[in-house]
Design a protein around this ligand. Sequence first.
Ligand SMILES: [Zn+2]
Length: 141
Amino acid sequence: MVPLLITMDLETARDHNIEEQNAILKTINSDFCKLNLPLTIFLTSDSLDRFNEGIQKLNTPTNEFGIHGFDHSINENYSLLGEEEIRKNIEHVFNNIRNRLNRIPETFRGPYMSTSSLTQKVLIEKISDLIFQYVRREWIL
Ligand SMILES: [Zn+2]
């Protein structure tokens, strides 16, 4: 079998019909289930709030979820943000995914593919914190 990695960025297109975006999500879910293909979905926090029903259907053990920022606004460029804003955004999306999907995000892709050494530092600290919680049996989903 040839390994296949398909990823999708999910953010709200405010200039398009929201219901059509919901319908597209359902079609993607249906098609990927029929093809038995795993999907990695990078979510913005606001898309998770807006498309919760469709995203819940994508919440299967074969699919992965990643952080794609708070709301993908023009100002959410991780190569320009300061450490505190990066930490606040990542923490917010992480908690939203954990609370709504009862799992933790597996990966990160910044809006506009943006990242920085500060972003990588914050992500490494987050992973270290999770490992520490797991080792101390404080892991709470
Ligand atoms: Zn994007």
